[in-house]
Design a binder for this molecule. Structure first.
Ligand code: 0O2
Length: 215
């Protein structure tokens, strides 16, 4: 039914997907600009890297099924808010909140939802700050607000999430080992959170020693 809908609405669907791509470009540029400003002003780069993706049709279909979303363009657009995804990898945990704050202060960004899986990690051990925002993209005649999911994480959070995803997704994990594997992964997430904290503490010590607010 979903494939049918895509085929019948090929042009509007392609157009919608291109809007998501444009929204990703807008958001990515905003983070690049922030990083550049930090670089010039404080001589440091709080953003280690940015990864972007438009959700595949396969993943969209999975979510339609999971959330029981009616299969039409409007409802997909309104109900699946992570079709456009931007992942911002920061150096230190405190950078995440600083960068997120600067981003959300921008007056064309509308915050729809904030999920702080750093303060409250998921049961799996997953940590990241998720922001669902709307960003305007300027078309020939109109301005269109597009949903984007921004995930902010440290290198350590990204390391854990990437490997956990690789290990767990689409793999048949034997039932008798599932609990042990879950516990191991959770333990690794605790260790990576401790590393984050230690690196942040070291950074704060250096800032303090330098006494001028920045290392
Ligand atoms: P993909 O391939 O990245 O698109 P939602 O269904 O989004 O309304 P939910 O499930 O509460 O509700 O969303 P959540 O958990 O806020 O965000 C989902 C995304 O966060 C996932 O995307 C992953 O990118 C990431 N994520 C959440 N939990 C975990 C986890 O335990 N491990 C890892 N590695 N990543 C996680 P999708 O949609 O699953 O996939």
């Amino acid at each position: 039914e979903f494939l049918n809908m895509i085929q019948k609405n090929k042009k509007p669907m392609d157009l919608l997907m291109s809007y998501y791509q444009c929204a990703i470009m807008e958001i990515e540029t905003k983070f690049r600009v922030l990083n550049q400003e930090y670089s010039l002003e404080y001589d440091r780069n709080p953003i280690e890297g940015i990864k972007t993706r438009v959700k595949s049709y396969e993943s969209i279909l999975k979510k339609i099924r999971k959330k029981n979303i009616p299969i039409n363009l409007e409802s997909i657009e309104e109900n699946i808010r992570d079709i456009a995804g931007v992942r911002v990898i920061c150096s230190f945990p405190e950078d995440i909140y600083e960068i997120a704050e600067s981003f959300l202060r921008q007056d064309d960004i509308i915050l729809i939802e904030k999920k702080d899986y750093i303060k409250e990690p998921k049961p799996s051990g997953y940590r990241s700050l998720h922001l669902i925002v709307q960003v305007p993209i300027f078309l020939q005649k109109t301005k269109k607000f597009v949903y984007v999911e921004v995930q902010l994480r440290t290198i350590a959070m990204d390391f854990w999430a990437s490997l956990e995803h690789k290990l767990r997704y689409k793999k048949n994990i034997p039932a008798e080992q599932e609990k042990l594997i879950q516990e191991e992964l959770y333990d690794c997430s605790i260790q990576s959170a401790e590393l984050d904290k230690r690196m942040q503490d070291i950074r704060n010590m250096i800032i303090k020693a330098n006494g001028d607010g920045e290392e």
